[in-house]
Design a protein. Sequence first.
Length: 146
Amino acid sequence: MLLNLLLVLEIVISLALVVVVLLQRSEGGALGMGGGPGGFMTARGAGDLLTRTTWILGSAFFILALLLTILSGRERGASSVVDRLKVDAIDPTTLDQPAPKPPSGAGQPANPNAAPSPLQAPTPTVHNPFLGQDAAPSAPAPTPAR
């Protein structure tokens, strides 16, 4: 609830900061309002007011951004990836154990001294969109009937 309130306040301050910056007189006088002698303030007075307002809004923006970062970090807690993995629940005596051997009928050769068979890559298939079929590269692709 507090984070949502601070986030809304941050958005309001950022919008006000954009407006105040756009109202300031630039070197070219782009969107500056620059009051004349008959206006509410002199040009110097309006500039001082807008400058002070910019500093106050900018400071409030950065303070709220830091506060939001700190509070959101605390709300999540001090949990890290290691904490989520529950490393403390692992028994260290079981870590150095050799992997259990599968039964001999599960694809393993009967002779433990025999060399394992080399791995064979699967035969790639080529999809020919013109023929509308898959063909193995070793077999010649059929020619379409004319």
